[in-house]
Design a binder for this molecule. Sequence first.
Ligand code: GDP
Ligand code: ZN
Length: 459
Amino acid sequence: MYERDTIAAISTALGEGAIGIVRMSGGDALVMANQLFKGVNLLTQPSHTIHYGHIVDPESKQIIDEVMVTLLRAPKTYTREDVVEINCHGGIMAVQAILDLCLQMGARLAEPGEFTKRAFLNGRIDLSQAEAVMDLIEAKTNKAMQASMNQLQGSLSKKIRSLRQTMLNTLAQIEVTIDYPEYDDVEEMSLQQLKTTAQAISQEVQHILKQAQSGRLFREGINTVIVGRPNVGKSSLLNRLTGWDKAIVTDIEGTTRDTIEEMVNVRGVPLKLIDTAGIRQTEEVVEKIGVERSRKALEEADLVILILNQAEDLQEVDLELLKASQGKKRIILLNKQDLPSQLDRNALAESSGTATIIETSMLEEAGLDALEDEISNLFFKGQLQSTDINYLLNSRHTQLLKQALAALDEVQSAVAMELPVDLIQIDYTRAWDLLGEITGDSVQDELLNELFSQFCLGK
Ligand code: GDP
Ligand code: ZN
């Protein structure tokens, strides 16, 4: 890791325009923030904690704003450096004043894209992910944002890396041939292998290009299924989530009339919410159908939100649902916290595994922040991913993929013309390099600088 100075900038969280954030990154970020912060001593606090207090001008002793300071120690941060985020409430004036104080403490104003550039340089993200961040910032529509999100998860990078690994194996084989040119049959084998690999890779690249095209048109969110017995609060949750959210993307018609699906945006994470309820709770038979239907929905779920009514003890159906959702990423809500508790926590612990349990009251709108936090955590930690893998390619990616395709074509026709292996190898290596430029595994400095200068300030 490089030694770098501490940078600061105003950075406003996605979709939270009202709250300003001043973000600092670098070796002195904590010390600088601590000089401005009145509350706890930040230097002695553990990483990944949030602290309430005030920002005070150390010279005039004047209180600038009431703040929440997020403290993140290297290396588990966006930039892999120490990061402090000061969340201000007092509007743009306060944000600006706090940034000025950070600069007075010795921080340097970050260049556009510099946080992301550091993340890249410190190995936290690769180039295609960095570009995804840029696309994310610039995303005009939520659909495009979802695509960026997927890419942020590195699905494109993962694919490209595995292709390059395959190519590398063949290259290694060819090295052997070049070292021992006297073995004719080895050369013949290498030629065949080059041809086969070039063909296979070229098909994969075409596939990516094609998927990307359709991926641009439509993209799904994280399949999120809300399950629970009748009356536990499923619809209430759906309403709360969609009600808060000003950016409902689309109303998707349910595949059956008894399930409701809705696209919502939870802290920038696109969720396709499926309420398995829609069922009357009058007859026992219906409960059975409900469980069956839930089971089906569960199969396709990327994320399960299982709601229990903590004002009643666990029932047969609860246990069935707990069991049916076992292998899935899940969050368990203990709803109706406003009512006296009846649920046996020990019994629950036996069937809940590693699932996060959150106490909520839909009635009093309690616990919903914690739920949002958990969803966004799971997503950004990469534990949650849409099963519909799509790629969003920007024009640079498309260009590189097409160039790689051309180089692979050259390889195939050179093999057909029985040109010497070391000549063919040149085109082959070029294709390998071109693919590497997508992930930034092979990349020139100028390109880097140009890319990162396109970022918005504070990202
Ligand atoms: P669903 O059948 O699982 O979809 O449950 P609903 O969301 O339709 O809620 C069933 C009933 O429970 C409604 O009367 C809700 O107002 C009520 N309810 C939902 N959440 C809470 C809660 O947290 N506390 C209380 N006291 N009532 C709730
Ligand atoms: Zn309902």
